[in-house]
Design a protein around this ligand. Sequence first.
Ligand code: FAD
Length: 294
Amino acid sequence: MEKYLSFREYYAPATQQEALQLLLENGPAGRLLAGGTDLLVAMRDKGLGAERLISIKKISDFGGIGWMPDGGVRIGATTTLYEVEHSAAVKRAWPVLSQAAGAIGSVQIRNLGTIGGNVANASPAADTAPALLVLDAEMEIVSASGRKIVSADRFFTAPGKTVMERGEILAAIRVPPSATGARAAYVKFAPRQAMDIAVVGVAVALKLDGDGRCREARVALGAVGPTPMRARGAEAALVGEIDERSVETAAREASAEAKPISDVRASGSYRRHLVGVLIKRAVKLALAREHAAA
Ligand SMILES: Cc1cc2nc3c(=O)[nH]c(=O)nc-3n(C[C@H](O)[C@H](O)[C@H](O)COP(=O)(O)OP(=O)(O)OC[C@H]3O[C@@H](n4cnc5c(N)ncnc54)[C@H](O)[C@@H]3O)c2cc1C
């Protein structure tokens, strides 16, 4: 049987205040809409009820990529994945994020889908999430009571859930200057080359000293737990000399830290195996990357 989208009202507020007011007035019936590539599919195919759609795409403060005084970057939540992928600033200083955005769906999906929607939707397999975790990114959340900042590390709480409460909107993502992100890479395993969500995604970021020793490491995993997650044992294993042995240990640690489920796309044990394989690839790619400063 043919499935149709159904909703009663569509709002397109021009300001943050109007959007917050609409959220308050409409209560559980109101739903934020960005690119719609997750939401509209869930409404049509999964029976998700949303009577009133509040599009936030016209709100200028939620869009665009701009430098912050500390040399970091503020990426508005409604910035499309395509814009993140192709931004000269992101490509130069945080190539891992450009790479992760570019790994999503197809060019059509990336033209519609937003970085805010990717993280707010809180799929454990969201491709930008591991990259944001290794970059120590922060989420800028607005509500009627003001603005708050939450680290990416604390943002995801369960499949489809974040720390955001009703009445809150993700305004932007802040990425600090590219110290740890300087040598970082994202590797995604999906059976198809495009239009496929990650069976496993791994991001690695390494801060090296002048002698090539690793001073600080970040490792984040996607699609192997209820939320995107840091693999702290693997991070510890990578500090110091990076050689075959330390990378092997990191791969083993990360496989042990992962909490994958078995589903139609892969078994838990295969996902665990993939984590180890992808960590090695991601470290190799990160090390091969030029140091890039913000
Ligand atoms: C064919 C296809 C292929 C795909 N492939 C991939 C893939 O490979 N990897 C991947 O990670 N994803 C993939 N996706 C999922 C999707 O495209 C991305 O997650 C996208 O970034 C979602 O952004 P959006 O702007 O479309 O979000 P929307 O669908 O508009 O919103 C998603 C959810 O987030 C909420 N929301 C949106 N913006 C905000 C905000 N600023 N503040 C608070 N809540 C907000 C909405 O209310 C909704 O619940 C795919 C989707 C399709 C249809």
